[in-house]
Write a protein that binds this ligand. Structure first.
Ligand code: ADP
Length: 849
């Protein structure tokens, strides 16, 4: 309830007026019942069938004697004085026995056993008992009026559910008030009661559809509007034309049953927990309000008891009925009640407990009474007269005493479980230490971050123990760090360690508020401090303050919290480790990104330098060649040899620079897309290799070459120049790493079977296969995975036999992958290697040269 809610506003005056008006109407009808309705001394129903008498012969023998030959239970009155039953049925203002004073004789016509008889009836007149009964009907009206007015004046927001709850309570209040007088036709009581009954159905149903959260209204909205329309029309119609009682009461019953059905479905349905809890609380209110009265009335009927429960059901109903409106208000406005919430909970728990327990007591008592009565009748010790409770005998007294003692002891045992039951309904939690520890122990391993731990402690653990204020501080080398603060303003400044040390010095014991030992500020709110230790090291302080109902922490609860504290310690350690891990992973990721950036910078640098080197180197080699060919003048033999060496070395450097540039350019966008016949390509590359081999070596060539082409040579789409570079590089390696006279095979074929590559996917499908096979030195198994890396060479030593920079294969892989293909190698040290290039086939429609 917000503070602003209590401020008096203009509209509150109107609302107060409404409340006063409803009260006035209710009190008016009760007073009318008390002052106006004649005290005939006989009870009858709507059909004027006699139900009973207000006084018994043992309490008023004279009056009983005067009426001894008159009415008896079961008779039907046909006329009382001037008023006939027929006129009563049609006239909504006809009051039976009107105008007859106490002791006067009323001529009555009676239908008894099918025969019409005339007799006279002596009016009883008001007695203390009848007056008290009539006045007590105010007790049925008042709770609903009080509940309605409380909602009307004090609860916010003033929305649809507020309006419906007010209407619900006021409607029932007025219905009860007018219902009392309805039989006696006081001041339109019959009409008012009938109209209210008619309006009840839509209001009841609407309220239960709107709370605790609106049901899927769209589908039902029109049904509801229809119900309202019918109800209002029905109300207006009744002003002119009375409708049968069964019609309007039937409508009300439909409303009640429908609302109950909604409540039951929402209590046990699959909705959110909050909705289920609220609906269950409301259902509990309904059961507690009507259950006891119905039970007490029903049990003797079912048991065929001879004992008349008399006023007991009415008394129980009077006590139980107020539970309905107050359970409803509690269930729906639990949260905004704020500080009052807990008190309201305990009040309702206690009241309903006493009621239920009293009911059980009454039932047992009545049953006992019944047994003793039966015994007394059997023994013949009780003769004639109405059955009366018999507690005069010693065994009966002993029974009464025994039952009372047993019930008292039972009440002491049953109170706590009952309270827990209501708590579970209200809060969805169980104030049960064992369950809390078990639940929490299961939750701990799941908590990996501090906010999640804080949530668990504040949302689950604290409410379960009814703790309203708590905080958790992590103690480090520096100032303590706050993990969470619940219900207390978190200290903005980090608290100096001595403060917390002082609090922890007196940990493990309850410290009474406002006592002399109360903690210094800012920890004056603390009632209990629990130190949390892990491996003997104090790592946190768990502080507790306000707690329901009385701020007290008994020793068993201190122990429970200490046990929980140990588990929190483990959780804190886990979160610390996890957060460390997380931090390191982030650092590593940043470092990796930096490295990637640096790598890119390096690549760009190498690329730029390479480009700058290529042109002057080409010039250099051109001039050297011109000099060797004596275009620039004659050259002596020693100079020629030197120039030849210079030309070879320059050629090597140019190749390296070209390789570096190729490496950078191996991306799909930089590739030309053209149809390529792999057979033609392989042949030209092999021929070039043969020429080169011949050029560098003496005749006959040191290596033998063989080309193996599939019959229908595969075609691919790609960059012919770059694919030629692939074959050249592989052939050059084959030549380089083969012994003299070694056979080098270039094979082009189809390949069916699984292969993986960027453009190949992992599916088994047909591809083009190009293989370069040599019988050279082979590659050690441990090296095979590394040969594709840039600048990697199996023999990287300075004394290595073979030249090269370790770039050839990474260029091969770059180009092949840019074509959506894959590379593989099979090799055995000392026996040779087979390099495979797998490329996706060109679509069948592509025409190749
Ligand atoms: P390099 O310029 O050194 O040849 P590559 O990238 O072409 O660079 O090859 C990397 C390494 O792979 C070579 O240094 C060599 O050790 C090994 N290698 C490549 N091809 C063959 C082959 N056909 N036979 C044996 N080893 C090979």
């Amino acid at each position: 309830m917000s503070r602003a809610g209590f401020r008096w506003r203009g509209s509150d005056g109107i609302l107060a007026l409404v409340a006063v008006l409803v009260l006035a109407v209710g009190v008016y009808y009760v007073l009318a019942f008390y002052l106006v309705v004649p005290y005939a001394g006989v009870d009858y129903d709507h059909n004027w069938v006699i139900l009973g008498f207000d006084e018994a012969c043992n309490t008023n023998p004279a009056w009983c004697q005067a009426n001894s030959a008159s009415l008896s239970v079961g008779d039907q009155l046909l006329a009382a004085g001037d008023l006939t039953l027929e006129r009563y049925e049609h006239d909504r203002t006809a009051m039976p026995f009107a105008g007859y004073g106490p002791g006067q004789q009323v001529p009555v016509t009676v239908l008894r056993d099918g025969a019409i008889q005339r007799m006279s009836w002596q009016m009883l007149g008001p007695t203390l008992r009848t007056r008290a009964i009539r006045l007590s009907s105010l007790l049925f009206f008042l709770p609903f009026w009080l509940a309605g007015s409380a909602v009307l004046l004090f609860l916010r927001p003033r929305d649809g559910r507020w309006l419906l709850l007010v209407s619900f309570n006021y409607l029932i209040a007025l219905w009860i008030a007018s219902g009392i007088d309805e039989l006696y036709r006081v001041s339109s009581a019959m009409l008012v009661c009938a109209m209210l009954s008619t309006l009840a159905a839509p209001i009841f149903i609407h309220l239960h559809m709107l709370v605790p959260t609106p049901l899927e209204m769209r589908r039902w909205r029109w049904v509801l509007y229809g119900l309202y329309a019918v109800a209002v029309l029905g109300c207006v119609w009744q002003i002119w034309q009375p409708v049968p009682e069964t019609a309007y009461l039937g409508a009300m019953v439909v409303g009640i049953v429908w609302s109950l059905a909604i409540l039951i479905v929402r209590s046990f349905g699959s909705g959110p927990t909050f909705v289920r809890h609220t609906a269950r609380l409301m259902l509990m209110g309904v059961s507690l309000a009507f259950g006891p009265g119905i039970l007490v009335w029903l049990i003797p009927q079912l048991a065929g008891s001879a004992t008349d429960p008399g006023m007991i059901p009415v008394a129980i109903m009077t006590l139980s009925l107020p539970l309905l409106p107050f359970f409803y208000i509690y269930a729906l406005y639990k949260r905004p009640l704020g500080d009052l919430e807990f008190r309201a909970n305990r009040l309702l728990s206690l009241y309903s407990f006493i009621l239920l327990f009293g009911l059980a007591f009454v039932v047992v008592f009545l049953a006992g009474n019944n047994i003793f009565l039966a015994i007394a009748l059997a023994n013949g010790s009780l003769q004639g007269g109405a059955p009366q409770p018999v507690f005069e005998s010693t065994p009966a007294m002993a029974f009464a005493l025994g039952v009372s003692v047993v019930f008292l002891l039972l009440a002491l045992r049953a109170w706590m479980p009952y309270r827990r039951f209501v708590d579970r309904l209200a809060y969805g939690t169980e104030h049960n230490p064992e369950t809390i520890i078990r639940t929490f122990a299961n939750e701990i391993p799941r908590v990996l971050e501090r906010p999640a731990l804080a949530r668990l402690l504040t949302h689950d653990v604290s409410p379960a123990l009814l703790i309203r204020q708590s905080a958790l501080y992590l103690l480090g080398a520096e100032a303590p760090a706050l993990v969470y603060a619940d219900g207390v303003a978190p200290c903005r400044e980090p608290q100096p360690v001595p403060h917390l040390t002082e609090v922890l010095r007196r940990s493990g014991h309850y410290v009474a508020p406002d006592s002399e030992q109360c903690f210094p500020e800012p920890f004056a709110w603390v009632r209990l401090a629990i130190p949390i230790e892990v491996e003997g090291k104090r790592m946190a302080a768990w502080l507790f303050g306000k707690r329901d109902p009385d701020d007290y922490y008994p020793q068993p609860d201190v122990e429970l919290l200490t046990t929980l504290g140990n588990q929190v310690g483990v959780a804190l350690e886990t979160t610390r480790l996890f957060e460390d891990l997380h931090r390191r992973a982030t650092e590593l990721e940043t470092a990796y990104r930096d490295l990637q950036r640096l790598d890119k910078l390096k690549d760009e640098f190498v690329q730029n330098v390479s480009h700058e080197l290529r042109t002057p180197l080409t010039f250099l080699r051109g001039y050297i060649d011109l000099m060797i060919e004596e275009v620039l003048g004659p050259v002596a033999q020693p100079q020629r040899e030197a120039l030849q060496t210079m030309s070879d070395r320059t050629e090597g450097v140019i190749r390296l620079v070209n390789d570096i540039i190729s490496l950078q350019q191996a991306s799909a966008e930089q590739m030309v897309q053209e149809p390529v016949n792999l057979g033609v390509l392989a042949r030209s590359c092999m021929e070039a290799a043969e020429v080169a081999a011949r050029k560098h070596n003496a005749e006959p060539p040191l290596h033998r070459f063989r080309l193996e082409l599939a019959e229908d040579v595969p075609h691919v789409i790609g960059d012919r120049r770059r694919l030629a570079q692939v074959v050249d590089n592989l052939l050059s390696n084959a030549v380089k790493f083969s012994p003299d006279g070694g056979l080098i095979i270039v094979r082009v074929a189809y390949r069916a079977g699984p292969a993986s590559g960027p453009g190949l996917g992992d599916v088994a499908r047909q591809c083009a296969l190009l293989e370069v096979i040599d019988q050279g030195i082979g590659i050690p198994a441990a090296e095979i995975d590394h040969i594709w890396q840039r600048f990697y060479q199996v023999d990287g030593s300075s004394t290595r036999r073979f030249g090269g920079m370790g770039l050839g294969l990474s260029i091969v892989r770059g180009i092949v992958e840019a074509h959506g293909g894959a590379v593989q190698v099979r090799s055995k040290e000392g026996h040779g290697s087979t390099f495979q290039v797998i490329l996706p086939l060109a679509p069948a429609a592509v025409k190749v040269e």
